[in-house]
Design a protein around this ligand. Structure first.
Ligand SMILES: Cc1ncc(COP(=O)(O)O)c(C=O)c1O
Ligand SMILES: N[C@@H](Cc1ccc(O)cc1)C(=O)O
Length: 456
């Protein structure tokens, strides 16, 4: 089915309200033209992120009622650990408050000053933790991933030649692990094929390098493998996921995405020695190794969410709802990253606003204009998100995009129509959109709290 109907019915609703354009202009000014800083009550359709914004199921809410809020050995922890072991196949699990808690632990236990960490495109928090621990991130994704117009089924693949070249150049002993995102957030939610994962594992094993997945959206990746990779059409999402994970030595997980919860995460490992190192740190940064910053009820909801995410009808609808929005925009001639990925539709701000240079922050300006037009909140993913390099110079990513990120089980196809209409109407008056400049720039992860003003 092209766009399947919602495989759920709605039991509880949250009212959303439209604001006036005058009100939004004021809100935007007060938020320094940064959509992260807009109060959510002033947002009509919130496509800032799919992180922690999912609607939980009735079963997950029921799980919240059996929270065992014990400091040590909560019953819910054992359920979560068992779910991770069963579904993802890793023996050792360290709970964390969210994904970056796991990234912190992994980076601290594995990276030595001067090490290199290859990966299939950077992610903001992941690269920050690598750098804070003295490592250098090296992008080894295929070139096509940086080109919005090229359509490939697995545009998140690791370029095996680039990976091998890095090993030859710096030596395997300077590469503790490769970080493989499944799917790749910054490339547009693009998946990685099973064949590519298998080969990455082969090269890594040969060279004594560990493979660590950023498993944040691994269920979405499994769906794409089922849909696109020969030999996987008849396999279940659970089987595909298990095989994907069999090519990793561990993973970091932001449970706020594919585990369908509002908060939570974990680090999973196969190696006992690494696990012991991680547990000695988790007590410093997160909490006891049996809660890691989560309440008992949150762990139970995550355990339930992990099993629910394997349902084919759920994941098919999720992917295709995102595709519905992408197809509508594409048919109207709006420049987007193609193909449409798993969690979001990415507008190509360079082609949307060709009259603005990258220094005029076109994606930041476009996300502000979308909010002004319709109250739809999106996120900049371009030069502002890329930040500065070690010498303090702006990084200029090839992809300058605005991300329309769809929360799971929250909005309907008609909400997608409203979003598409707003973007299409803005495209017609795109020449009047002005650039932005920084008025406040924080030193790290600047996009979260930076402030801007229009360039007059
Ligand atoms: C691919 C990816 N990795 C890691 C993270 C970090 O997770 P969290 O937001 O839960 O800290 C996120 C989202 O932030 C993400 O999208
Ligand atoms: N991981 C979440 C939250 C987040 C957003 C932006 C970031 O750069 C970091 C984290 C997302 O991708 O939406």
């Amino acid at each position: 089915m092209m766009y399947p109907p919602e495989p759920f019915k709605i039991k509880s609703v949250e009212t959303i309200k439209m604001t006036t354009k005058e009100e939004r202009a004021q809100v935007l000014k007060e938020a320094g033209y940064n959509t992260f800083l807009i109060p959510s009550k002033k947002v009509y359709i919130d496509l800032l992120t799919d992180s922690g914004t999912s609607a939980m199921s009735d079963h997950q809410w029921a799980s919240m009622m059996i929270g065992d809020e014990a400091y040590g050995g909560s019953e819910n922890w054992y359920h979560l650990r068992d779910a991770v072991q069963e579904v993802y196949g890793f023996e050792y699990v360290v709970p964390t408050h969210q994904g970056r808690g796991a990234e912190n632990l992994l980076s601290q236990i594995m990276i030595k000053h001067g090490d290199y960490i290859p990966g299939n495109m950077y992610f903001t928090t992941t690269r920050t933790h690598i750098e804070l621990n003295g490592g250098k991130f090296v992008d080894v994704i295929i070139d096509e991933a940086h080109q919005p117009e090229i359509e490939l089924p697995f545009k998140g693949n690791v370029d095996l030649k680039k990976y091998q070249n890095l090993i030859d150049e710096v030596g395997a002993n300077r590469i503790p692990y490769i970080c493989v995102g499944v799917t790749v957030n910054m490339a547009g939610g693009q998946p990685v094929s099973m064949e590519n994962l298998r080969k990455v594992k082969e090269i890594s094993e040969k060279n004594g390098i560990k493979v660590m997945f950023d498993a944040t959206r691994c269920v979405e990746n499994a769906y794409f493998i089922k849909e696109r990779e020969p030999g996987y059409g008849d396999k279940s999402i659970a089987e595909i996921l298990k095989e994907m994970m069999s090519y990793a030595d561990g993973c970091t997980m932001s449970g706020k995405k594919d585990c369908l919860v509002n908060i939570g995460g974990f680090l999973a490992l196969r190696d006992q020695d690494l696990y012991e190192k991680a547990t000695s740190l988790v007590v410093v940064y997160e909490g006891m190794p049996t809660y890691g910053g989560m309440a008992g009820r949150d762990m139970e909801a995550m355990a339930t969410g992990i099993y629910e995410s394997l349902d084919f009808h759920y994941i098919e609808h999720r992917i295709k709802q995102v595709r519905y929005l992408g197809d509508k925009l594409d048919e109207a001639g709006i420049p987007i990253i193609k193909p449409v990925g798993g969690h979001a539709v990415f507008l190509d701000a360079k082609r949307f606003l060709p009259h603005l240079s990258q220094d005029e922050l076109p994606a930041q300006a476009l996300s502000a204009e979308i909010y002004l037009d319709s109250g739809v909140r999106s996120m900049e993913r371009g030069i502002v998100s890329a930040g500065r390099d070690e010498k303090g110079r702006n990084r200029y990513p090839k992809l300058e995009t605005v991300r329309l990120t769809i929360p799971r089980r929250v909005y309907t196809y008609s909400h997608m129509d409203v979003v598409a209409d707003s973007v299409i109407s803005l495209f017609d008056k795109r020449n009047s959109i002005k650039g932005l400049e920084f008025v406040y720039e924080p030193p790290v992860l600047r996009f979260f709290t930076a402030r801007f003003k229009p360039i007059e």
